[in-house]
Design a protein around this ligand. Structure first.
Ligand code: F3S
Length: 62
C-alpha cells in the first residue's frame, strides 16, 4: 500500500494529519504531504484519512 496527496486538490483541512499524524504532515499554510515513502504503518488509519478528506485529495494504491 502506498499513499499520495494531490497537492492541487488539498485545501488544508488538516483532517488527515489528525487521523494519521505519522503519515501526513502539514506545511506552514496547512497543506498536507505524505511523510517518508508513503507506505503506512497503519493502513486502517490511512484509509480513514483518505475517506475523511473533504477534497478527496488522498489516494491509496494497493
Ligand atoms: Fe488536505 Fe484533505 Fe488533508 S484537504 S490537509 S489532504 S484532509
Amino acid at each position: 500500500m502506498k499513499v499520495f496527496v494531490d497537492a492541487t486538490k488539498c485545501s488544508g483541512y488538516g483532517t488527515c494529519a489528525e487521523i494519521a499524524p505519522d503519515l501526513f504532515q502539514l506545511d506552514d499554510w496547512g497543506y498536507a504531504s505524505v511523510i517518508g515513502d508513503g507506505v503506512p504503518a497503519d493502513p486502517d488509519a490511512a484509509r480513514r484519512a483518505a475517506a475523511q478528506c473533504p477534497e478527496s485529495a488522498i489516494t491509496i494504491e494497493d
